[in-house]
Design a protein around this ligand. Structure first.
Ligand code: PLP
Length: 454
């Protein structure tokens, strides 16, 4: 062991990458020890340990010297009867393995300069994100929820106002409207994209309407051209809830830069995710950007001069450093998401009774979720789960049928959302999904669907 530890110090230096070990080791130290063992190049090596935490490393860990001897003489023993290990829904560890040196350098820099709040990484990230989207201004904030809330506050929306949004989204979209004192007005969705149905927006506009808030659900922008046109006719701002769509395109422009305001989330599982909560607001309106910057610091204009009501809504410098490292890989990740989404749809093209996501020709999806629709969804997902493939339902209950929101809208007014909520389920989707794992997922889906319809 001493000899191994001698090498661990060297191997854990920046530049050291062992993706599959990081994925399987529960503790960083185990990954280091395992990597050291593997680095004894050209010689068979294994770790003899009683620590069950090493079991996840497979053939590298032996429980006894006798087992190690067999391993050294005969090589790894395959257990053919063992079922395939369950797959993760999102594999952030694989992503981290490739980026770890850059992330560690970024964190180390923040630890050294010590500007944990609104440090230089915050401005650097805002400049890079604004350039990426093409928006004039980017204001980072504490979460996607805060991005939406601060946007509504900057627009002066409050009690007595109405904001039009979709009935089928994550709860944060409506939550922030209620928090301002305004009322969400829920509009039904398109059955294929699951985004707000632009045809139904105009009928929901009243003299109290103050904004339209479409959501780019699952990673695909809504019909923003038509929504912007309706909003312009009525003099309303449009806030794109782009929490799931950072990196997607619409008619040659990037999501977050498609309307008055775009809001995204850096929750770890999002297409651009940090290691904690974070979010950003995008706008090309300088006055709105100034208001948003004040609101995220308690409405402060100059130090201890509070020009408006605000909140504590800043994104930590450490999170910005993590995202700066992740941005270097983001273009590749978006390409992977496109390729994986297209491949899933090809693999399911001939599967009866399964509706694959519809992506309109003038836009792309970053597939924050790859979501299918089937009848008997719960039976199908149960069968898929038995094959070690996790699924999730985004979302099982439309917002106007949620206990906390029931008195704000009538679920019967959005029948498409109600029907879709009973049919949707999402498959594992992340840029590090291997072709082999994807084929295994697709086979599990096919077996489940065919088994239940046979
Ligand atoms: C559509 C939508 N809106 C808003 C949010 C809120 O983002 P956050 O979790 O960063 O507050 C999410 C995130 O889950 C989301 O999916």
């Amino acid at each position: 062991m001493d000899a191994l530890f001698d090498r661990v110090e060297v191997l854990s230096a920046p530049g050291f990458e062992q993706p599959e070990l990081y994925r399987r080791a529960a503790v960083f130290a185990q990954a280091q020890i395992a990597a050291a063992a593997r680095a004894l190049q050209g010689q068979p090596a294994c770790i003899v340990t009683n620590d069950p935490a090493f079991d996840a490393l497979g053939e590298l860990a032996c429980r006894s010297p006798a087992q190690a001897l067999v391993w050294l003489q005969q090589g790894p023993q395959e257990d053919e009867a063992a079922p395939a290990a369950p797959l993760p829904f999102i594999d952030l560890a694989a992503q981290q393995a490739g980026l770890r040196p850059a992330i560690e350098r970024g964190i180390e820099t923040v630890l050294r300069h010590g500007q944990y709040v609104l440090g230089p990484e915050v401005q650097e990230l805002e400049a890079r994100l604004a350039a990426y989207t093409g928006a004039g201004h980017c204001v980072t904030v504490g979460s996607g929820t805060e991005a939406l809330l601060i946007s509504l506050m900057a627009l002066g929306i409050g009690p007595g106002d109405e904001v039009i949004t979709t009935a089928f989204t994550f709860v944060a979209t409506a939550e922030v409207i209620v928090l301002t004192g305004a009322r969400p007005v829920f509009v039904d969705i398109e059955p294929d994209t699951c985004n707000i149905d632009a045809d139904k927006i105009e009928a929901a506009i009243t003299p109290r309407t103050r904004a339209i808030m479409p959501v780019s659900l699952y990673g695909q922008p809504a019909d923003m051209e038509r929504i912007n046109a309706i909003a312009a006719r009525h003099g309303l701002p449009v806030i794109e809830d782009a929490a799931q769509s950072f990196g997607a395109d619409y008619q040659g422009r990037r999501s977050c830069n498609l309307s008055t305001i775009g809001c995204t989330s850096f929750f770890p599982a999002k297409p651009l995710g940090g290691y904690g909560d974070g979010g950003a607001i995008f706008t090309s309106d300088a006055d709105l950007a100034r208001a948003m910057r004040q609101i995220r610091v308690h409405g402060q204009g100059a130090r201890y001069v509070h020009e408006r009501i605000g909140i504590c809504g800043r994104m930590d410098t450490l999170q910005c450093a993590v995202l700066l490292a992740k941005l270097d890989r983001f273009d590749w990740e978006v390409q992977r998401r496109h390729a994986l989404g297209a491949r899933y749809s090809t693999l399911f093209a001939d599967l009866p009774g399964v509706a694959t996501p519809v992506i309109r020709p003038d836009r792309s999806s970053v597939f924050a979720q790859y979501t299918l629709q089937v009848e008997a969804r719960d039976a199908v997902t149960a069968a898929i789960g038995k094959a070690g493939v996790p699924t999730a339902v985004h979302y099982p209950i439309p917002l106007n049928a949620q206990p906390a929101y029931r008195d704000l809208g009538n679920p019967e007014a959005t029948p498409v959302a109600a029907a879709v909520a009973a049919r949707v389920f999402s498959l594992p989707m992340h840029p590090d999904l291997t072709d082999a794992a994807q084929a295994r997922i697709a086979a599990a889906v096919r077996d489940a669907v065919i088994g239940l319809t046979a």
